[in-house]
Design a binder for this molecule. Structure first.
Ligand code: CP
Length: 308
């Protein structure tokens, strides 16, 4: 059986192109499974997975839990707000106490960049990063690239624009690493205050002109304005942001050809894009969510291979 080159999924940066292709091929098989009347397989029977969410989540949390259930894993769910973290317990103490109950794999979302890498150095379980602060969100990038491959046949050679709040986005960084490893051309676009200087050094194009970027790209992956992470004002108002960087139906209709529109969610409707774009036939936003289950099944299955 083919195996991943790593025993954790901490970030796309650590994966090889072969790893990504293996995850996609495995997800193809699981996508077929989850469309059957009986959606469950016994692949992770006797494996216990802890889902540790120290930050809010809808898509990622539900999708990991569904993936684990469809693989027949035993599941422990933990949310920081209802735990002893609120009494001052450290991350390592919290996780070691959970591991003492014989947990094999940990899926963790945490506000601190590097929190998953820290855990991987201290505990024996396989760690899957479900989003660490503004650093990486590897399974989101995998499902995004998988959805592009599904819609356009391949990722290599495609022009992909990532538009919006790049500064506060873990999805942007993981997408850049993933798309580049798969041979896509990547451009980031947004206000100068929301694009960190180091992105140019990653080998991506940088633009502040959304109309030109839409003319250039095959796919626009539109990101949320993350007001909850913004400690200062990066633009005058949401209304002005929408006026200069929001994607509207009129902008898409003015293009010479149909582009694909993506968004990792949650969407701020009327800010980064309008509802008639989000819900249009060019949008693959709900296909991204659907593909998230197959991608997460593939990641769990491949990382658990050493234990089964
Ligand atoms: N895309 C994403 O990570 O969404 P959630 O925050 O709802 O998990």
């Amino acid at each position: 059986m083919k195996a991943l080159s790593t025993r954790h999924l901490l970030g796309i940066k650590d994966l090889t192109e072969n790893d990504i292709q293996l995850i996609f091929e495995t997800a193809d098989n699981f996508k077929e499974v989850i469309n059957r009347p009986i959606k469950k397989v016994p692949s992770l029977r006797d494996i216990t997975v802890a889902n540790l969410f120290f930050e809010s989540s809808t898509r990622t949390r539900v999708s990991f839990e569904l993936a684990e259930r469809r693989l027949s894993a035993d599941i422990v769910n933990f949310t920081a707000s209802s735990s002893s973290v609120s009494k001052g317990e450290t991350l390592l103490d919290t996780v070691n106490n959970i591991l003492a109950m014989k947990v094999d794999m940990v899926v963790m979302r945490h506000p601190a960049p590097g929190a998953c890498a820290f855990l991987s150095r201290h505990i024996p379980a396989n760690i899957i990063n479900a989003g660490d602060g503004t650093h990486e969100h590897p399974t989101q990038a995998l499902l995004d690239a998988y959805s592009i491959r599904e819609r356009l046949g391949d990722v290599a050679g495609k022009k992909i624009a990532i538009i919006g709040d790049i500064l506060h986005s873990r999805v942007a960084l993981s997408n850049v690493f993933c798309l580049q490893k798969l041979g896509a051309h990547v451009r980031v676009c947004g206000p100068p205050t929301l694009i960190p200087k180091h992105y140019a050094a990653l080998g991506v194009e940088v633009s502040h002109n959304v109309r030109q970027t839409l003319e250039w790209c095959d796919v626009a992956n539109v990101l949320r304005i993350q007001l909850e992470r913004q400690d200062i004002r990066y633009f005058p108002s949401l209304r002005e942001y929408h006026q200069y960087f929001g994607i509207t139906r009129q902008m898409l209709d003015a293009l010479q050809r149909d582009i694909v529109v993506m968004h990792p969610g949650p969407i701020n409707r009327g800010v980064e894009l309008t509802s008639d774009v989000a819900d249009s036939r060019q949008s693959i936003i709900l296909q991204q969510v659907e593909n998230g289950v197959a991608i997460r099944m593939a990641v769990l299955y491949l990382l658990a291979a050493e234990r089964t």
